[in-house]
Design a binder for this molecule. Structure first.
Ligand code: SAM
Ligand code: SF4
Length: 451
């Protein structure tokens, strides 16, 4: 029986892509997506387990969604994603109203899981499957102009703090041809921008081809205007990859290269496989070849044993490298991870102070960088109406900065040339130029808009 489904997604872009995958599986069965849980027959919470208290947050949210089951007893409630894998059957015990738990390798089985639920069972489908890559299952994309394409699943790095290898399993790479096919299809359906996704895309391998080979092949697809990838692990960030970024105009000048710490001692304890000096060399190599390349990073503060001197090494690295943006996280002890067993915990107050100091430093560095964009002209891929302000659109530049400008909603999904006129917080403001490039690369005349 056709049903209406609602998926609520937390966490990284891999989860966003997985929600589209689940959407594809459900639509093939005739089910229909809705945005409002009050209208849905099947509610799925697609979870993230990266940080502490993730489990409690998931239990809290499913507790709230249970309201819909209480109002309409035929509603079904399921948990997907990393917390589903982490807790498995325990979730059924801790939340008696949960009907099914489905892990990241089991989304193909959603229809049969729902059938078993309809037959009165409570179902857990959460085993790892070494060969599941979902090659044959097209996702149901929520956005036409900007598409996420998963190129690999899982992770083999086992950084000492990270739960991902335990919730998403070992690394599995999709075949080059299947990826090219999916990107071609996305472009045919209107994608202007594609982002290749994996926990560590740089370790991608398929039949003797590596990530630079794949990136170059995808960049060659006709009609693809913007190509991005995330996430890169510094260890596998090679000169060949930098050469591909430099060579292909449609590979965007933006790299997310998580550093995690500036201290060699802490990097070793994190099992990151590189040193501060190695990381700086990768950045120099990238900036030499692609001077305009924007660089973003992730940093963890308060890792066990992080001394004031270790933290100052991170401050120095951030001051020297001057990232365009940085996500700074408080270390969270996570189940299964070796770091959880480490003594010498950093007191929470100290860790929070460090987090605030890095955020403040980054605000100053990022702000200075953004102010330099004022007065420049940027190609902006229009994403949609701006959340605030009538008649305003929002989109992003090649370096992924957000720009707001006046324009007609018919521009959504197109690349518009915008003169940047100001900065508010971390949002650039601008005025569109007369010439506009469409997704197919042709040029249209825009009505002149008051800036
Ligand atoms: N695979 C990517 C990489 O290695 O850079 C990142 C994947 S992870 C989902 C995103 C970020 O979460 C990491 O870069 C790290 O900074 C942060 N993270 C992961 N585990 C964490 C933990 N236990 N505590 C705090 N932050 C964590
Ligand atoms: Fe986690 Fe490290 Fe793998 Fe990234 S590379 S997902 S941080 S284990």
């Amino acid at each position: 029986m056709a049903q209406r489904y609602y998926i609520e997604t937390y966490g990284c872009q891999m989860n966003v892509a997985d929600a589209e995958l689940m959407g594809g599986v459900l639509r093939r069965e005739g089910h229909e997506r809705v945005d409002d849980p009050a209208l849905a027959d099947v509610l799925i919470v697609n979870t993230c387990a990266i940080r502490e208290h993730a489990e409690e947050r998931v239990l809290g949210r499913i507790g709230q969604l249970n309201r819909h089951k209480l109002e309409r007893p035929d509603v079904r409630l399921g948990v997907a994603g990393c917390v589903a894998k982490e807790l498995g059957r325990e979730l059924l015990d801790r939340a008696t109203y949960v009907d099914f738990v489905i892990g990241p390798d089991s989304y193909r089985h959603l229809p049969e899981v729902l059938e078993r639920v309809e037959a009165g069972q409570r179902v857990v489908h959460d085993r790892f499957n070494r060969s599941e890559n979902y090659e044959d299952l097209p996702p149901f994309r929520l956005e036409r102009s900007s598409a996420w394409v998963t190129i690999m699943r899982g992770c083999d790095k086992f950084c000492s703090y990270c739960i991902v290898p335990f919730t998403r399993g070992r690394e599995k790479c999709r075949a080059v041809e299947a990826i090219l096919e999916e990107v071609r299809r996305a472009v045919d359906e209107g994608a202007v921008e594609v982002t290749l996704l994996g926990q560590n895309v740089n370790s991608y391998r398929d039949a003797g081809r590596d990530f630079p080979d794949l990136l170059a092949a995808v960049a060659g697809i006709r009609g693809l205007e913007r190509l991005r990838f995330t996430t890169s692990h510094p260890w596998d960030f090679t000169p060949r990859l930098v050469a591909v970024i430099a060579e292909h105009g449609n590979v965007m000048d933006h790299v997310h290269l998580p550093v995690q710490s500036g201290s060699d001692r802490i990097l070793a304890a994190m099992r990151r496989e590189y040193t501060n000096e190695w990381y700086r060399e990768r950045v120099s190599m990238l900036r030499e070849a692609v001077p305009e390349c924007a660089l973003s990073t992730d940093v963890i503060v308060g890792f066990p044993g992080e001394t004031a001197a270790d933290f100052e090494a991170t401050v120095a690295l951030m001051e020297d490298i001057r990232f365009n943006s940085a996500y700074v996280f408080l270390y969270s002890p996570r189940p299964h991870t070796p770091a959880k067993e480490l003594a010498d915990r950093v007191p929470r107050r100290t860790a929070v102070e460090r987090l605030e100091r890095l955020n403040e430093l980054q605000r100053a560095i990022g702000g200075a960088y953004l102010r330099r964009k004022v007065g420049t002209r940027q190609g902006v891929l229009v994403h949609g109406p701006a959340p605030r302000g009538v008649g305003l659109l929002t989109g992003w530049t090649e370096q992924r900065e957000t720009v707001v400008f006046p324009g007609d909603p018919s521009l959504i999904g197109k690349i518009v040339s915008v003169d940047v006129t100001g900065l508010a917080g971390i949002t650039l403001h601008g005025t569109p130029r007369r010439a506009e490039r469409t997704g197919s690369g042709s040029v249209l005349e825009l009505p002149v808009l008051a800036g």
